[in-house]
Structure formats: structure tokens, C-alpha cells
Design a protein around this ligand. Structure first.
Ligand code: KG4
Ligand code: ZN
Length: 330
């Protein structure tokens, strides 16, 4: 029977703790700070760290219940250092008390391996599109822990494009779900918004979208249809992501595409990639909704794989604001 891992995730604005056994998610507790940050229209690092301090022990207690774990996996990079250090300090204290190994996990490796949750049979190698509030990357996943970076955003992440667009349209924070809801019933072809780096097959650019939406709001004034604008913005982001992901599927003859990260919760993006993959004969996998946005279960799955290989960190485990994916190959 595989070992039980306690996982902790505090890299941004969700305080999360989970217990996983191999890829089976036993418990997954997520305390979101989104409503607090909504007041300021985005994540305030100091406030995030303080809220993690308040929420971390109840989240761990809830997730742990009566389970006894064999190891601890904690997100230690990349992310807000003040926020990360709350999770890492708690993990170190528990590892010392229980005398179990601790392992620092790269947040994106957690997202990439989140598709394996609950024994989902995803073939390797496969192509992975990571789309979150901080990242937009196309990664070739040779095997768990061996990755090749094929492309990435040169400016804003896809989630940032949703969040900034929502702010300009007065739809609040976080913007992804707000845009998705406002787009219901809207016409995605009503306003033409730019697809950045259209000639580059693998890299993305989303910074022009916010300016384009701001100009649209100014030009249309009271005549602006918010639902058409939200639908057109969503379409511009989905179209840019899907065009390049499908190009990469074909260029690399991938047998499967996975979609992970907070923006993977977007129904329009899931539907578009699912039908395009079906058309070209590639399998398509994306986690259930609650494992798309930040959660500790994905950190437990990634950390559990590495702990099972005998990897662990010492008491000097550090928190890093930026870090390359581990196991990158050329
Ligand atoms: O992975 P995540 O929880 O945090 C980071 O690692 O950044 O992603 C958060 C991002 C936010 O930008 C949020 O607006 C976006 O995911 N998001 C969505 C949806 N739900 C969350 N974007 C589009 N459609 C959604 N339904
Ligand atoms: Zn994330």
C-alpha cells in the first residue's frame, strides 16, 4: 500500500492542506482568501501571509483528521515568499515533531501532476498546457519529474488577462469566473480583440488585451455590451491558448494533451480543447474543477512521487519567489 503524505500549499491566496495516498486524494481542504483580496482588486502579499497564519493550523487539523502520515510535501517555490514561509514553517515543525521526511515541491510540478488525481490513467509522454494567475506554459511531460519547456508567455499570464480584463469591465476579482459568467449569452464575435504573437507557434502574449478592452470601454461608453465584451475577451484568450496548444500537439505528435491550473476551470477552454483533441485523435485530460485552482492535493501527488523515490529536504529548506521547474531536459 502506498504511503500517506500530508501536503501543504500557501504560495498565493489559498491556504490548503491535504492527505493523499499515491495519487488518491484522501482529504483536500482549501480556505480561500479571494473575498478578502477582492476589496483591493488583487492579492496583497502582506495580507495574504497574515491570513495564512490564521488559517493554516485549522486547515491542517481538518485535512489530517485521524490519519498518521509517512511524509510531508510543502510548496516552497515559486510564489510570494511571505505566504510560502507560513506553509514551510508549519511543515518543518510537524516533520520535526513526527520524525518524518519533508520535501519542498515546485508549485507548477503540482499543477502538471494534478491530472493524475484519483488514479486517472494519463499516458506519458504527453503535452501539458499550464494556465494560471501567474503562469502560462506549454510543457512536454516526458515522465513524472522530466519536463521540456516548449513555450510560455512573454508578459502577462492567461489568468492575469482574465483578472485585468474583469477589472476594466467592472466585474470584480478574481476575474476568471466573473468573465465566464458575464459571457453567458454574450456574442464572442461581437468585438474583435487581439491574439498576441499570432505568428509565434509556441509563445503567448496577453498584455495587449487589457489595453484593447480599456479602449473598447472608452470608445463604446454607455453603448458597451458587457456580456459581449466578456464573451469576446474570453474568446480571444481561449483562441490564443487553443491554437498554440493544438499546434504543439500536432508538431510533437502528442498522444495526449492535459490542461491544468486555475484557468483550466474555464468551461469554454475545456470544451474547445476537448473537441479539438477528439478531432485529431489525441486524448484530453483535465482535473476536476476543485483541483484546477490552487490546492494541496496536487502538491501531495507530486511530492508523494518524489518522496517515494527517496528524495527529501533538510531543516534548511528555503522559500524561493522564482524557480525553474525541476527535472528540465533540453
Ligand atoms: O492556479 P491558480 O489558482 O493560482 C495561481 O497559481 O496563479 O489560478 C488562479 C487564476 C486566476 O487568475 C483566476 O481568475 C483564474 O485562475 N480562474 C479562471 C477561472 N477560475 C479561476 N479563469 C477563467 N475561467 C475560470 N472559470
Ligand atoms: Zn497555481
Amino acid at each position: 500500500m502506498s504511503s500517506l503524505t500530508l501536503a501543504i500549499e500557501t504560495s498565493c491566496d489559498e491556504t490548503s492542506a491535504a492527505v493523499v495516498q499515491g495519487t488518491r486524494v484522501v482529504t483536500n481542504v482549501v480556505a480561500s482568501q479571494a473575498s478578502m483580496h477582492a476589496k483591493w482588486g488583487g492579492v496583497v502579499p502582506e495580507a495574504a501571509a497574515r491570513a495564512h497564519v490564521e488559517a493554516i493550523l485549522p486547515a491542517i487539523e481538518d485535512a489530517l483528521g485521524d490519519w498518521t502520515v509517512d511524509g510531508i510535501a510543502v510548496t516552497n517555490r515559486p510564489g510570494l515568499v511571505g505566504a510560502l514561509s507560513v506553509g514551510v514553517s508549519a511543515a518543518k515543525a510537524l516533520a520535526l515533531t513526527w520524525q518524518v521526511p519533508i520535501l519542498g515541491v515546485h508549485h507548477l510540478e503540482g499543477h502538471i501532476l494534478s491530472v493524475l488525481a484519483d488514479g486517472c490513467a494519463v499516458p506519458f509522454p504527453h503535452l501539458c498546457l499550464i494556465v494560471s494567475g501567474g503562469h502560462t506554459e506549454l510543457v512536454w511531460v516526458e515522465s513524472p519529474c522530466r519536463y521540456r519547456l516548449l513555450g510560455q508567455t512573454i508578459d502577462d499570464a492567461a489568468g492575469e488577462a482574465f483578472d485585468k480584463g474583469a477589472r476594466v469591465l467592472g466585474l470584480g476579482y478574481p476575474g476568471g469566473l466573473a468573465i465566464q459568467n458575464a459571457a453567458l449569452g454574450g456574442d464572442p464575435d461581437h468585438y474583435r480583440l487581439p491574439r498576441g504573437l499570432a505568428r509565434d507557434p509556441a509563445n503567448f502574449s496577453f498584455s495587449g488585451l487589457k489595453t484593447a478592452v480599456a479602449r473598447l470601454v472608452e470608445k463604446e461608453g454607455v453603448h458597451l455590451s458587457v456580456s459581449d465584451a466578456a464573451a469576446s475577451l474570453q474568446e480571444a484568450i481561449v483562441d490564443a491558448l487553443a491554437t498554440k496548444a493544438m499546434h504543439a500537439v500536432e508538431a510533437n505528435e502528442a498522444q495526449a494533451l492535459t490542461l491544468v491550473g486555475g484557468v483550466a476551470a474555464n468551461v469554454s477552454l475545456r470544451d474547445r480543447l476537448s473537441s479539438e483533441c477528439a478531432r485529431c485523435g489525441a486524448a484530453f485530460h483535465t482535473p476536476r474543477f476543485e483541483l484546477c485552482t490552487d490546492n494541496a492535493a496536487m502538491i501531495g501527488i507530486a511530492g508523494g512521487i518524489r518522496l517515494a523515490r527517496g528524495e527529501s529536504d533538510g531543516p534548511d529548506l528555503d522559500c524561493l519567489p522564482n524557480a525553474l521547474l525541476p527535472g528540465l531536459i533540453d
